[in-house]
Design a protein around this ligand. Structure first.
Ligand code: ADP
Length: 342
C-alpha cells in the first residue's frame, strides 16, 4: 500500500481473510492488559499485501500511553527470507535423517549377508593353506598368506560392523541395573589380560540406573578393554567412578596409558578411525564408535580428555530418564586426516 491508502483504514485491512473475524477479539484482550510482547506466540502470522498476496510476519506490540489515550505501536517484520531458510533447513535435515536410516539399514543388511560367504572364504582358504603345504611351489604357497589374513581381517570388520549397526535397531529396552555389578563382571571377563599386564582396576561406588544392561556391559568392556590395550610402559592403573548431576550421571574411566593428542579427541569416535596400525595395536577402529552409539542411544554424551604419555579419561553421561537419542547433529566430515589410519 502507499501510506496514504492506509491512513484511516482499520488494521484488519492488513490481515488475511481467514484471520480477520478473530482479530478484533484479540485486540480487545490485548488492550485489557497491555504489555510489550510479540504477537501470536506459537502461531504463524501472515500479512496481506495490496495485491492480495500473503507473506509471513513477526509482530512486536508496544503499548503507549499519551494525552490522547492509549495506543499500540506495532512493528511488523517480513520474515519470508528467514522462513524460507528454515524450511530449507528442515527439508535438509529430513533428507539427511532419511539417508542416515537408509545407510544404517544398508550396513546392517550388508554386514549380515556378507557373513556367510566370508565364512566360506575363510574356512576354505585356511583349509587350502594347510592341505597345499609342500605341494605347491614355495613362492605360490606364499600367495595364500595374504589371502587367509585378508579374509580373517574382513570377517572381523564385518562382525564389528554388524554389532555397530545392531545397536540402534528397534526400541531401547531399559531396566534398573547396578552399574557397579556390571563393571565387576566386565573386569572378571578381562581377568587374563589384567593378570598378564599386572593392571590395578579400582571401581568406585557406581549407581543403579535405568539402562539397557547388554549395551552398558559392551560400553564398559570397550572402554576398560581400551585402557588395558593402550597401556604405556608402566603397569596399567585404571579408575572407574561416577558423579551425580541434576539431570544425569557422569561416569569416568581414567587410565595411565599412552594417551592421545587432543586434536584427535573427536575423530577417534568415528567408525573405522584409528591412530595406530594393526601391527602396533590390534583392532578395527569400531569400539569407540559403538560406545558413542550406545551412549547417544540412551540420550547421553561421550568424550575424552587426554595428554599424550600421561593417560586418558573417557567420560560419558546417562540421563536419569534415558531415552532414544532424538537430536540430529550434522557433523563435519573428518575422514581425511592424513595421520589417521583407516
Ligand atoms: P580400536 O581400538 O580397534 O582401534 P577404538 O574405536 O576402540 O578402536 O579406538 C579408536 C582409537 O582411539 C584407537 O585406535 C586409539 O588410538 C584411541 N584410543 C582408544 N582408547 C584409548 C585409550 N584408553 N588410550 C589411548 N588411546 C585410545
Amino acid at each position: 500500500y502507499m501510506p496514504d491508502a492506509l491512513l484511516g483504514q482499520s488494521i484488519e485491512t492488513l490481515i488475511p481473510d481467514r484471520f480477520r473475524p478473530q482479530h478484533p477479539g484479540h485486540r480487545t484482550t490485548f488492550f485489557a492488559a497491555p504489555e510489550p510482547r510479540s504477537m501470536g506466540r506459537g502461531r504463524d502470522l501472515y500479512g496481506l499485501r495490496h495485491d492480495g498476496s500473503e507473506f509471513p510476519v513477526e509482530i512486536g506490540l508496544n503499548p503507549l500511553t499519551t494525552d490522547d489515550g492509549s495506543f499500540v505501536l506495532a512493528s511488523v517484520i517480513d520474515i519470508s527470507a528467514r522462513k524460507k531458510a528454515e524450511d530449507a533447513l528442515t527439508q535438509y535435515i529430513e533428507n539427511l535423517r532419511r539417508s542416515n536410516t537408509e545407510l544404517e539399514q544398508f550396513a546392517y543388511v550388508a554386514s549380515h549377508d556378507l557373513q556367510e560367504p566370508l565364512r566360506k572364504i575363510c574356512n576354505f582358504s585356511e583349509l587350502l593353506q594347510s592341505r597345499a603345504k609342500g605341494l605347491l611351489p614355495p613362492d605360490i604357497e606364499q600367495y595364500l598368506i595374504p589371502i587367509v589374513n585378508g579374509a580373517i581381517r574382513m570377517q572381523t570388520l564385518v562382525q564389528d560392523l554388524l554389532s555397530f549397526s545392531k545397536i540402534s535397531r528397534g526400541e531401547l529396552i531399559v531396566k534398573t541395573v547396578n552399574v557397579q555389578e556390571i563393571a565387576e563382571l566386565v573386569t572378571s571377563t578381562l581377568d587374563t589380560v589384567i593378570t598378564e599386564c599386572q593392571a590395578t582396576i579400582t571401581i568406585g561406588t557406581l549407581p543403579s540406573i535405568k539402562v539397557n544392561p547388554t549395551q552398558i556391559e559392551q560400553l564398559l568392556l570397550n572402554l576398560i578393554g581400551n585402557s588395558l590395550k593402550y597401556r604405556g610402559t608402566q603397569h596399567p592403573v585404571i579408575d572407574i567412578s561416577a558423579t551425580r548431576n541434576q539431570e544425569y550421571w557422569e561416569f569416568a574411566i581414567r587410565d595411565n596409558g599412552i594417551g592421545l593428542d587432543p586434536i584427535y579427541a573427536k575423530q577417534i569416535f568415528v567408525i573405522f578411525q584409528r591412530l595406530h596400525t594393526k601391527q602396533e595395536f590390534a583392532g578395527t577402529g569400531i569400539g569407540l564408535a559403538i560406545c558413542q552409539k550406545i551412549v547417544e542411544h540412551h540420550g547421553g554424551e561421550i568424550w575424552v580428555k587426554s595428554t599424550p604419555g600421561e593417560g586418558s579419561t573417557f567420560f560419558f553421561t546417562i540421563p536419569h530418564t534415558p531415552h532414544r537419542e532424538q537430536r540430529f547433529q550434522i557433523q563435519p566430515q573428518t575422514r581425511q586426516k592424513k595421520t589417521l589410519i583407516q
